[in-house]
Design a binder for this molecule. Structure first.
Ligand code: GLA
Length: 386
């Protein structure tokens, strides 16, 4: 939908003109998976698709949430903005209002809000972070609260913890807030220092393959991984003080790994320590223009997420395996939380059509679901469009 079509939808929904239009993108993570809440690095890019938010002030002392993607309309008074709803899509924007209030901001102005997004839901491309960050960006702009982009990302993350009940790391919201066209973000998730690294892929495309797998990242399995990493840290603390798994190099880990007596926690920790190293190596390889090495690290990341972290599943594995068979595929791996969703692949221009045809057919034959493919365009972070 174009901005002018969205404005007409706002007019039909609320019978008046939208006063402002905001946008915040989804993201694809190139490498560095399940490292963010372990104090490690990630390497995502913002996408050109994302979530739009239109609003106008109202004099009803209410915040009205409508989404063109959802049937349900939610109208809340000012005293209802800090309470999670039992089950509603509106928890994502509502959680952001709650975080502003927690930071001492007074909401004394009503707003009519209309939301529309084109990030496929549950595909591991951060449709929820895009919605949280666009809401935070819009409120910050409307209320003149002056929070910087990193704080807006933290507001989104907290909202996800408290209103969506997923104990996520900072990656998705950070990428949505701080993305830059044609750049990937090398983010240290402990210090939140980051570097924008140009992604100049001559003759190569970033291809996203959507498994359309029915099992989405469910908060239970995700929160379980977060807890298992915590167990690993606690057990390692018997032999070495440490806050995050990402503090350990692979060599250091080998020396003390036997302190992790829980075998599951041990596997999870091994993934994290290896993935942190792979991410650092991959960023160096990209900067040196060495895509072959970058691709190999992507493949190794997938294998580790499959064997040690156990977040891939048959659909993501089938998609990656079929991609690895195609000439011209430099690397391919699952991206995002896992358990369904998407893979990300680096594919030579001349192999893109073959990839879509052959991987598409083979995946459908193996899994019985028709996949979808998008050539990723790396876009900018949250912004006001009108
Ligand atoms: C989800 C979370 C992120 C991150 C990824 C895995 O997308 O929201 O914080 O943990 O999974 O890398």
């Amino acid at each position: 939908m174009t901005v002018s079509e969205l404005k007409s939808s706002f007019q039909s929904a609320y019978g008046k003109e939208a006063e402002a239009v905001y946008f915040s993108p989804g993201r694809v993570n190139l490498i560095g998976e399940h490292t963010d809440y372990n104090g490690g690095a990630v390497f995502p890019c913002a996408l050109s698709f994302g979530t739009y938010l239109l609003l106008a002030k109202n004099d009803k002392k209410a915040i009205n949430f409508k989404s063109l993607n959802q049937p349900e309309v939610i109208s809340l008074g000012f005293d209802q903005l800090t309470t999670r709803l039992e089950k509603s899509w509106a928890n994502y924007p509502l959680g952001v209002f709650a975080q502003f209030i927690k930071r001492g901001v007074k909401i004394e102005q009503g707003y009519d809000i209309l939301i529309w997004g084109n990030v496929p839901n549950g595909a591991g491309l951060s449709s929820s972070a895009a919605l949280e960050v666009v809401t935070a960006y819009a409120l910050n702009d409307q209320l003149g609260t002056g929070f910087d982009r990193t704080v807006l990302a933290q507001i989104g993350q907290k909202s996800e913890h408290e209103f969506a009940l997923v104990n996520c790391g900072i990656m998705d919201q950070f990428a949505s807030a701080n993305g830059k066209k044609d750049h990937a973000i090398h983010l240290n998730c402990d210090t939140l220092e980051f570097e924008l690294v140009p992604v100049k892929l001559k003759g190569v495309k970033i291809l996203i393959s959507n498994t359309h797998s029915p099992h989405k990242l469910d908060s239970g399995a995700y929160n379980e991984r977060v807890a298992q990493c915590k167990t690993a840290v606690e057990q390692l603390n018997k032999v070495r003080p440490l806050k995050y798994l990402a503090e350990l190099t692979e060599e250091e880990f080998k020396k003390i790994e036997s302190a992790i007596t829980d075998p599951i926690a041990h596997k999870r920790a091994r993934h994290v320590v290896g993935e942190v190293q792979r991410t650092s190596d991959a960023v160096k390889a990209l900067k040196a223009g060495n895509l072959e090495t970058f691709g190999k690290l992507m493949n190794a990341s997938h294998a580790s997420l499959r064997d040690d972290y156990e977040v891939t599943g048959p659909e993501l594995d089938a998609m990656a395996e079929e991609a690895w068979k195609i000439d011209g595929v430099i690397g391919s791996r699952m991206t995002g939380g896992g358990f369904g969703g998407c893979t990300v692949s680096l594919v030579k221009d001349e192999a893109v059509d073959t990839f879509i045809k052959q991987v598409g057919e083979a995946y459908e034959k193996r899994i019985g679901i028709k996949p979808e493919f998008y050539v990723a365009e790396i876009g900018d972070g949250a912004t006001r469009l009108a």
